[in-house]
Design a protein around this ligand. Structure first.
Ligand SMILES: C[S@@+](CC[C@H](N)C(=O)[O-])C[C@H]1O[C@@H](n2cnc3c(N)ncnc32)[C@H](O)[C@@H]1O
Length: 245
């Protein structure tokens, strides 16, 4: 196990030079401190319940919403994110809080440079919807690979689809209203997002049913997907105790 806030990276050339998140550190930090995100993070951490001898990996860790509180109870946390500026902010916060067991990993969550079975717990918050289904499957395969047998996975994310089901219609309706209330800039954003949806370039939230399927397809067990507030859902699963051949 690394000591004192190590930085681990994917080899150069395997990551893009910049990510869309590099310029959004302050804005995200503010949003992540909102009551909704604070409550969702508390739910994830309660389900994950990292113990003092356990190692946690946080995929798409951002500025540390899950990593920092997890580090207070776990032996160590690997905060994985492809945006170096996000991780720099996370490191600054860890140092300010006197946490020396948070290691940042500059990497794509579809290719995580951590050893097999190095973690007892993998968590993630609001990162998977940036990946299409194939990307989600790759990141879940990585989560399973780095988890020890019996290890726990807890993922919180937007969980809905663009369907006519009443929860989906309510979520999409309130998102449209929220953006439209921002006036002309909001209307422009709505139009841009409509274009992105039509071109398949919008974010990629998945329904709770799709999450169950994705986890089953990656041979996770004890799968439980619950709806949370707003558009969120939380998926819990375990890597089986018995190693596959
Ligand atoms: C919405 S923020 C959530 C951050 C944090 N988990 C939280 O809940 O506050 C999404 C994060 O996922 C990261 N991310 C998006 N796609 C990624 C990928 N393919 N690999 C690694 N990180 C990714 C972004 O850089 C960003 O920090």
């Amino acid at each position: 196990m690394q000591s004192h806030n190590a930085v681990i990276r994917l080899p150069r050339g395997r990551l893009s030079e910049t990510t869309p998140w590099d310029a959004r550190v302050a804005a995200w930090d503010e949003l992540a401190a909102s009551p909704v995100f604070t409550r969702l993070a508390a739910q994830v951490l309660e389900l994950a319940s990292p113990r003092a001898d356990e190692v946690v990996a946080d995929l798409g860790a951002g500025t540390g919403l899950l990593s920092l509180p997890a580090a207070r109870s776990a032996a160590a946390v690997y905060a994985v994110d492809y945006s170096e500026p996000m991780l720099e902010r996370l490191s600054q916060r860890a140092m300010a809080d006197g946490l020396e067991n948070v290691h940042t990993v500059v990497a794509d969550m579809r290719e995580v440079p951590l050893e097999d079975e190095c973690a007892s717990v993998v968590v993630s918050s609001y990162a998977f919807h940036h990946l299409r289904d194939e990307g989600k499957a790759l990141a879940l395969a990585e989560a399973r690979r780095i988890l020890r047998p019996g290890g726990r996975l807890v993922v919180c994310d937007m969980m809905f689809s663009l369907s006519l089901a009443s929860r989906d219609r309510r979520i999409v309706g309130s998102m449209i209203l929220g953006v439209a209330r921002k006036g002309p800039a909001g209307i422009v954003r709505l139009a841009r997002n409509a274009g992105r949806i039509a071109a398949g370039r919008w974010e990629h939230p998945a329904s709770p049913e799709s999450w169950r399927d994705l986890l089953e397809a990656r041979y996770f067990v004890d799968i439980d997907v619950t709806l949370a507030e707003s558009e969120a859902g939380i998926a819990f699963a375990r890597r089986p105790e018995v190693r596959e051949q």
